[in-house]
Ligand binder design. Structure first.
Ligand code: PTJ
Length: 251
């Protein structure tokens, strides 16, 4: 009711304002950290400059990411506080379609937050959630942050990992470990975007539903065709195109 009064249905920035409300609610529940709200603000600025829509460049990366996940032997979707808040239902749906594992992996680590995120995911997902059982923890030696802790049967074992809203250190470490890393990050200049092999410069709110759509479509496509989508993708030039879109947005 309060939200209805604050955000009229005809407000031109309604979607963006509703996302903010959702994040604040998740922050109050302990799912999202203060830093998550700040990180979202940074993302919003880039989103504004790309016109708050999925560009053809981002779509290109989305299709490639889906092809890579479908060809993977051990695909894993990594979930942090912001991701759980914004799209737990869609992440669960995507995991089911591409037969991927879901792992909770957070930067600002606490048992309590892991529990809250797990509960949120469980509303939509009945399979095992990785990153929860302490007995299964493994360590990425190159990292000193809490993100060094991963699940030995999840990210540690994976060949392709989707890391939305990730920090650069872990992306670099995962790439060094020989994994194919798919990033979702509105900032094309971030270390995550420039280090990942497939970088989707778009808002996660729009990306995951599109990944679901293409996962359904590509499930019927043969492996050679999926491989050719990956072979024809050039992440560096794709990122340059994203940057050009942002520069046009500034002008
Ligand atoms: O839940 P935790 O403890 O793992 O913490 C999560 C945050 C997001 C706080 C943590 O991962 C963090 O500090 O991330 P960074 O290093 O600030 O990176 C987040 C990146 O995601 C930034 O480059 C933002 O521009 C981008 N971003 C923010 N919101 C969105 C986004 N990208 C896509 N969609 C968004 N909605």
């Amino acid at each position: 009711m309060v939200q209805e009064l604050l955000i009229p249905s005809d407000h031109p920035r309604r979607v963006s304002l509703e996302i903010r409300e959702r994040l604040v609610e998740c922050f109050r529940k302990g799912m999202v950290v203060e830093q998550g709200l700040i990180a979202h603000g940074r993302g919003e600025a880039y989103d504004y400059l790309i016109g708050e829509k999925t560009t053809s460049t981002a779509l290109n990366a989305i299709k490639t990411a889906v092809a890579a996940l479908l060809l993977a032997k051990e695909p894993v979707l990594s979930v942090n506080g912001n991701v759980a808040c914004l799209c737990s239902k869609e992440i669960a749906n995507l995991a089911e379609i591409i037969n991927a594992k879901i792992e909770i992996n957070i930067f600002y680590r606490s048992k309590e937050r892991i529990k809250i995120i797990e509960e949120e995911l469980k509303r939509y997902y009945s399979k095992k959630i990785y990153g929860v059982e302490e007995n299964n923890y493994a360590v990425i030696q190159e990292l000193s942050s809490a993100r060094r802790i991963v699940d030995r049967y999840g990210i540690y074992l994976s060949d392709v990992v989707l890391v939305p809203l990730e920090d650069g250190d872990r992306t670099e470490a995962l790439v060094k470990m020989g994994k194919k890393v798919i990033a979702i990050d509105l900032n094309p200049l971030s270390r995550t975007s420039t280090t990942a092999q497939i970088s989707i410069v778009d808002n996660i709110i729009r990306v995951i539903p599109l990944m679901i759509k293409y996962a359904q479509e590509y499930s019927r496509v043969n492996r050679e065709e999926l491989q050719s989508i990956i072979d024809n993708f050039d992440n560096k030039s794709n990122l340059e195109e994203s940057l050009k879109t942002i520069l046009r947005g500034i002008r």
